[in-house]
Design a binder for this molecule. Structure first.
Ligand code: PEP
Ligand code: MG
Length: 316
């Protein structure tokens, strides 16, 4: 009983009344797999592939080397979802072979999918390596693109996946407000959304994520961000598709309940956060999560939104 009252710290993610919310890990490569498995991750919700290559700044890593690295991750998650993000170069993650030399505003420049579309051979190589890595493995491979602005970009990414012969689900990250606002249109091209709240906050509030003095804009409780996430989740539901969150927001146990209440279908986070988020979710019903979300959204500040949600979640 005590365990039930405290919430589960292992097993699949679910609310106390059994509404499933798969809890996945954000990882940077094979070295992070033991922590993810140890924390009971149900799969990988974000493999940040650029971390495999940050040291290889001279050129794109050979397809064979990429295949080996992806395979090591995929093998660790049999019968599970593994969501791989194609290279997200630029701004806070510079990669010399992908990023243009100098840009006045790198965060608003040729980063993420934009950089890959400027180097289609690098995108094709990565997708080919992923297709080879997944061959013969019982894994549920999903591939997504970072920094997608609209339906046209989502289609270009889906086309590239098809051209590489990838048998996987294709999705996009929602990190740019235009993609959130037009989520239903974006979903005509791909099968899932994954909200990257770190960049979505950066672009929604016009506040550089690397600028410490703007930290107040990076508080994921801000109701403007909650509204954008809600729009994504509602759009995905209307299209019969899924919408996860893989930004830092998912790692806050109370906010995870609010995200669940907004209709988010999976949460991906740093492995260390998984036990507390799992326990937090298991302490509340879906209806409570929905009430917490409804209480948070009309607030005018992150602090007030959090206060309103916590009042509901603590049963006040
Ligand atoms: C995000 O932007 O929220 C995200 C998950 O991607 P990254 O932090 O790697 O930019
Ligand atoms: Mg991002």
């Amino acid at each position: 009983r005590r365990r039930a009252a405290q919430g589960r710290t292992d097993g699949p993610g679910a609310t106390s009344d059994g509404h499933r919310v798969p809890l996945l890990a954000n990882i940077g490569g094979p070295a992070d797999v033991p922590a993810a498995v140890g924390a009971g991750a149900e799969g990988v919700g974000l493999l940040r592939t650029e971390f495999l290559f940050l040291k290889d700044t001279g050129s794109a890593p050979p397809v064979r080397q990429q295949t080996e690295a992806y395979r090591q991750v995929l093998e660790a998650f049999p019968e599970s979802r593994v969501v791989v993000r194609v290279l997200d170069a630029g701004a806070d993650k510079p990669l010399d072979f992908l990023s243009p030399g100098t840009e006045p505003n790198p965060a608003l420049g040729r980063r993420g999918l934009r950089a890959l579309l400027a180097h289609p051979e690098i995108l094709h190589g990565q997708l080919t390596a992923l297709a080879r890595a997944a061959e013969g493995l019982p894994v549920h491979l999903e591939v997504m693109a970072p920094m997608v602005a609209d339906r046209a970009e989502a289609r270009l990414f889906a086309d590239a996946c098809r051209a590489a012969g990838l048998r996987a689900k294709y999705g996009v990250m929602v990190e740019i407000p235009s993609a959130a606002v037009r989520a239903r249109s974006v979903l005509q091209e791909v099968e899932f959304l994954s909200v990257g709240t770190n960049d979505l906050a950066q672009y929604a509030f016009a506040a550089d994520r690397q600028a410490g003095e703007l930290a107040r804009f990076h508080n994921p409780w801000h109701p403007a961000l909650l509204d954008l996430i809600a729009l994504c989740a509602e759009s995905a539901r209307a299209e019969g598709k899924s919408c996860g969150v893989c930004g830092e927001a998912a790692a806050d146990p109370q906010l995870a309940c609010v995200l669940t209440g907004l209709g988010v279908t999976s949460l991906s986070m740093t492995p260390a956060a998984l036990p507390r988020v799992r326990a937090g979710l298991a302490r509340h019903t879906l209806a409570q999560c929905e009430r917490a979300a409804a209480a948070a959204r009309p607030a005018d500040s992150a602090g007030d939104a959090r206060g309103a949600a916590l009042a509901v979640l603590s049963g006040e």
